[in-house]
Design a protein around this ligand. Structure first.
Ligand code: SF4
Ligand code: SF4
Length: 330
């Protein structure tokens, strides 16, 4: 099996026309107004002959929210381009994120070999695993314990390595994927791995926990017109074309507000980005929350991603509830 992350391909940046549309969606631009740190800045530098090492700061700044990908009229895989360049840096020992990720890439020690055939496999983030009542509510929304396997191996180490550009050992990737093959669907609580999982497991539906909960009429009925629904930006942008009509219908049906801008791009809190976790990136989560709430006065915020929920709670004193729990919420 090949390495999980393709090395950087020059064909990706060559197509950039310099239109600058990506900047409008980019939290790095929003907060820094420094074009060098945007996809356009990276592409322009590379077109001019710069190497990955010449744009280390720009590569380390990206939150990988994916918002620029659907915005780009040239359809450049801008997240893939950044990840490929980070892999180039890591190969040369120059990745600014590799040392941060190093402490996070311990694989799980004990992994049960549950038979996932025709089951839903839930890749639950740590916070959800540590919250038994929310985990039980999520399991129920996905069909109940008889139909759902909560994976011991969430691939968290693989996601951290990929985000930093560190190669993933083929044996480790195979071990992770072996626990998912044959599943009816794989449900994720954070969307970074979604586009990878689609490539690794062709034919297996890869869904976010948020979308899976919203598929139930009971969940949709629990949403109010005064709610602000905060999408998991990475999951949304990773499957943008399919999900735009899904969330448009949700807004039409429930009247709730969504954390989308005028171009239907999800504004990220950036709380789950590796560089935000360690405070090395230029994007401040507090500013992102402010951007999302600007001009809005929701009675509560419904989140798909628990880190987003924590970010909103930290910055604003307002009710925040996870989408898996809204039926029971008062
Ligand atoms: S992935 Fe997000 S942070 Fe990175 S360049 Fe695109 S819009 Fe900006
Ligand atoms: S939107 Fe695409 S084509 Fe336009 S500047 Fe950004 S990367 Fe280049």
């Amino acid at each position: 099996m090949r390495s999980a992350l393709p090395r950087f391909s020059p064909a990706t940046f060559a197509a950039c026309s310099g239109c600058d549309i990506c900047a409008l969606a980019c939290p790095v631009w929003q907060q820094t107004h420094d074009v060098r740190l945007t996809p356009k800045g990276r592409a322009t530098a590379l077109q001019g002959g710069a190497s990955a090492e010449d744009i280390v700061e720009s590569l380390g700044a990206c939150t990988l929210c994916g918002s620029c990908v659907p915005a780009c009229p040239e359809r450049i895989d801008l997240v893939g381009m950044t990840l490929g360049l980070r892999a180039d840096l890591a190969a040369k020992g120059r990745s600014p994120l590799a040392p941060l990720a190093a402490g996070m890439i311990e694989p799980p020690r004990e992994v049960s070999k549950a038979n996932v055939r025709l089951k839903t496999v839930l890749l639950a983030e740590e916070r959800l695993l540590a919250d038994p009542s929310l985990l039980a509510a999520a399991t129920l929304r996905l069909g109940g314990p008889a139909h759902v396997i909560v994976a011991d191996d969430t691939g968290f180490d693989i996601a951290a390595a990929l985000e930093a550009g560190i190669p993933v050992a083929p044996e480790r990737l195979e071990e992770f994927l072996a626990g998912l093959r044959g599943a009816l669907r794989v449900v994720t609580t954070e969307g970074f791995l979604n586009s990878f999982l689609r490539k690794w497991l062709p034919g297996t539906p890869i869904r976010s926990l948020g979308e899976s909960c919203l598929a139930l009429a009971e969940t949709r009925r629990a949403l109010r017109p005064t709610d602000l629904y905060l999408l998991d930006a990475r999951a949304y942008h990773a499957d943008f074309e399919r999900l735009v009509p899904v969330y448009d219908t949700l807004r039409h049906e429930t009247g709730c507000d969504l954390s989308l801008d005028l171009q239907h791009l999800a504004i990220t809190t950036a709380a789950n980005a590796l560089n935000s976790r360690f405070g090395t990136g230029p994007v401040r989560v507090a500013e992102q929350v402010k951007w999302i709430l600007e001009g809005r006065r929701p009675s509560r915020v419904v989140v798909e991603n628990m880190e987003d929920g924590e970010a909103v709670r930290r910055e604003r004193n307002m009710p925040v509830v996870h989408v898996a729990a809204i039926s029971a919420a008062k």
